[in-house]
Design a protein around this ligand. Structure first.
Ligand SMILES: [Zn+2]
Length: 255
């Protein structure tokens, strides 16, 4: 049984000491593919470096809504996106939980990075937090996303999921669906068409139960898959296989 962790940050400094060991371990534990996601210029460069070191690792490049005080060099993002291991532009989007003061700038940079994705023929990885309405508004009215994309660590908001699916997006669940206080998890898991379902860890964050609080790694993506299998009354093996195929489709990975 093989898994695809569609969103992890092995470019994070929390992996500085033991990155190589962890990446070897996850491979030995049936994590067949991982996408390492950038969130500013530096982390995007690092994601590409890691992806070029390991066959089973891919990268994304982008500037997240929480990194707009770092260098906003969109030409650099476009040039980084040309690397053959880059499979998406992201994580990009809107975050009004951490940043309410610069909503217009967030929207503007989100749109401009979608333009890059469209130009480069890449999908997008969307980060949205406390900004559901505006995120959908951008995707519906301001720019058309050419190559689909992923709502990463998707908020457990049934209306958002329905709208996102209608627009052709994929929904990626993380440890958030395993948390004891996540009331809507089951309903949200059921609302996603099986061919749009993805799993991720968002390592080193969002560690699933029962390991919540520890540093996350891709091996724990199995706990997310396990939760989905239980809710949908399916075999873990089928969830693994389907989410892996879905991830390869959205990221256009051929092997
Ligand atoms: Zn992330």
């Amino acid at each position: 049984m093989n898994f695809f962790d569609t969103h992890a940050h092995y470019n994070d400094e929390k992996f500085e000491e033991d990155r190589n060991i962890i990446i070897r371990e996850i491979k030995e534990n049936n994590i067949k593919y991982v996408t390492v996601v950038g969130y500013n210029i530096e982390s995007s460069i690092k994601a590409i470096e890691i992806a070029n070191k390991y066959d089973n690792i891919y990268a994304t490049v982008g500037i997240s809504p929480n990194d707009l005080d770092s260098q906003i060099d969109l030409e650099k993002i476009e040039s980084l996106a040309q690397d053959k291991k880059v499979v998406a532009i992201g994580e990009i989007g809107l975050d009004y939980y951490w940043n309410k003061e610069n909503k217009d700038l967030q929207k503007d940079i989100f749109v401009k990075q979608i333009e890059i994705a469209n130009k480069m023929d890449l999908p997008i990885s969307i980060h949205t937090r406390e900004a559901v309405y505006d995120t959908l508004e951008v995707l519906k009215n301001r720019i058309k996303v050419k190559n689909s994309g992923i709502f990463h660590c998707c908020p457990l908001n049934i209306e958002l999921i329905k709208e996102a699916v209608k627009l052709g997006f994929y929904i990626s669940f993380s440890g958030n669906v395993t948390f004891k206080n996540s009331k809507n998890a089951n309903k949200c898991i059921e609302a996603v068409p099986i061919d749009k379902l993805l799993i991720e860890t968002d390592s080193p964050y969002m560690t699933p139960e029962p390991y919540r609080g520890k540093r996350n790694n891709s091996i724990y993506v199995k706990l997310v898959a396990q939760k989905i299998a239980e809710v949908r009354n399916m075999e873990l093996e089928d969830i693994a296989k389907i989410t892996l195929e879905n991830a390869k489709r959205v990221y256009k990975i051929v092997d």
